[in-house]
Design a protein around this ligand. Structure first.
Ligand SMILES: Cc1cc2nc3c(=O)[nH]c(=O)nc-3n(C[C@H](O)[C@H](O)[C@H](O)COP(=O)(O)OP(=O)(O)OC[C@H]3O[C@@H](n4cnc5c(N)ncnc54)[C@H](O)[C@@H]3O)c2cc1C
Length: 448
């Protein structure tokens, strides 16, 4: 009895409290690795807060939306992960920060039916890491909020998939010829997400026909429009990249509109600045990202014009030595390019790895080290047709254009790295094997 009390007292008084808000590509890797080391050895308490109860790696969302990936195989329950990796999980949305009291303010967690599961909480920290990611930026374009879908969460992706399948059934059921109800999808934004979604949709809508929707003629009844304001697709990547990608998309029948600025999204169409209207039953907004508006007023921390928390190269926020930020929500300098580290999964992964070492240094009272982004290139998957991209950084000198199977392998390895960080080698390998086996025996398109 005495021992329990004594242990309880020591744990309460002495353990350094590390709190991570956001269990995404960066935050969940960080919580897992800190839990496995400091948490397991009782050297610190590690708590993860997320507004959802399970994690999905965001670069997989377009595959869930198109129906080529089964969400159930890839989502990871935070409570289970916390149990296996010695950290605590608290469900709820961070809505404020009391820096004087060193407490994160978390809103009540409400279930799908609107019932409160937890009450409002204040969670104390000694070290806080904010990793709440980003969301799409509609730049105030009229009609986007009402009529366009976004791909930010697993629920968004599932909802898109349901609407896609319903639109396909509607087109199939339509009596007589000529058919007026075509299946038309407009994707606004030809960055990596828009391009990958177009290619994935091209494939899966054709596979839907195998489910008995055989009155649809994909070449006549299916229209996929990819709309981009810049003069080329993938505007953030080298020009050669864009040309190869556009050629591949057009070979697939995707109608690519470049230099086309969207003025308004209507109920069944997209209106361009030049007055043209592109009709579509489904519109996806995938142009630009920003951090959540709520970060703008978060405890007086410094933010930039897209609400990212401004951090020093050590990932420490500029106004509070106990608060760090990483991933998409952090404005982290990239001195080699004179700009900021781009919002990418590989940056979140690298920063999580850097943060593990930073926290250990902090606990030992050692000075922090600066983070340097290593750009290993960019890869864009065009479904099963191809993968194109550049490889750079430590792997090759300068930048090398790659395409085909090797590029596909490199693309898949990014996700494998994430799975490895969350589960270790054996579970990652066994999961991969299990998926390969079930893929051969199950239907290819998932209907959510
Ligand atoms: C469709 C799509 C495709 C992409 N494809 C690629 C790709 O191919 N390659 C690539 O490098 N990058 C890609 N990205 C970008 C990549 O997903 C992000 O850069 C990466 O996920 C950022 O990681 P993060 O940890 O900063 O945030 P996220 O992974 O977005 O995680 C943020 C977490 O914070 C939680 N959260 C948010 N707000 C709160 C709050 N207030 N309180 C509590 N929890 C909160 C969220 O629920 C989420 O779990 C893609 C993004 C999308 C949307």
């Amino acid at each position: 009895m005495v021992e329990t009390l004594a242990l309880g007292a020591i744990a309460r008084v002495e353990l350094h409290r590390i709190v991570i808000v956001g269990g995404g590509a960066g935050g969940l890797e960080l919580a897992t690795r800190l839990g496995d080391t400091l948490g397991r050895r009782r050297r610190a308490s590690v708590t993860l807060i997320d507004r959802h109860r399970s994690h999905v790696w965001k670069p997989k969302l377009h595959e869930i939306a198109a129906g080529s990936m089964d969400l159930d195989e890839h989502d990871l329950n935070y409570f289970a992960q916390a149990h296996w990796h010695h950290f605590q999980f608290r469900a709820g949305e961070m809505v404020g920060l009391d820096r004087a009291a060193r407490e994160v303010l978390v809103a009540p967690f409400v279930d799908d039916e609107g019932r409160a599961v937890t009450t409002a909480q204040r969670i104390g920290y000694d070290t806080l890491v904010i990793a709440v990611g980003s969301q799409s930026n509609d730049f105030g374009t009229p009609g986007v909020a009402q009529h366009a879908m976004k791909l930010e969460t697993a629920d968004d992706a599932r909802r898109f998939n349901r609407r896609l399948v319903n639109a396909a059934i509607r087109a199939h059921e339509q009596p007589g010829e000529p058919r007026t109800h075509r299946l038309r999808v407009a994707i606004i934004g030809a960055g990596a997400t828009g391009v990958e979604l177009s290619a994935e949709l091209h494939r899966t809508t054709r596979e839907l026909i195998a489910y008995g929707l055989d009155r649809i003629d994909p070449d006549k009844d299916l229209e996929l429009h990819l709309i981009e304001a810049a003069p080329r697709v993938l505007p953030a990547l080298p020009e050669r990249f864009s040309a190869a990608t556009q050629r591949l998309l057009e070979e697939l029948g995707v109608r690519v509109h470049t230099g086309a600025r969207v003025d308004e999204v209507l109920a069944h169409a997209v209106r361009l600045a030049d007055g043209r209207e592109i009709e579509a039953e489904l519109v996806v907004w995938a142009a630009g990202v920003k951090a959540a508006d709520a970060l703008k007023d978060l405890g007086g921390l410094e933010t930039n014009r897209i609400n990212q928390l401004v951090v020093e190269p050590t990932l420490r926020t500029t106004r509070d030595a106990d608060v760090f930020a990483l991933g998409d929500c952090a404005a982290c300098p990239w001195p080699e390019k004179g700009g900021l580290v781009p919002p990418r999964a590989q940056a979140a992964h690298q920063q999580a790895t850097h943060m593990v070492a930073q926290i250990r240094r902090r606990l030992r009272g050692q000075p922090l080290k600066e983070y340097r982004y290593r750009d290993f290139g960019s890869l864009v998957s065009l479904g099963e047709f191809s993968t194109v991209g550049t490889m750079m950084g430590g792997l090759v000198r300068g930048s090398l254009f790659i395409e085909g199977r090797f590029a596909r392998l490199m693309y898949m390895s990014l996700y494998k790295l994430h799975e490895y960080a969350l589960h270790g080698f054996w579970k990652m390998a066994l999961n991969t094997l299990a998926r390969l086996i079930t893929r051969r025996t199950e239907p290819r398109v998932k209907l959510h």
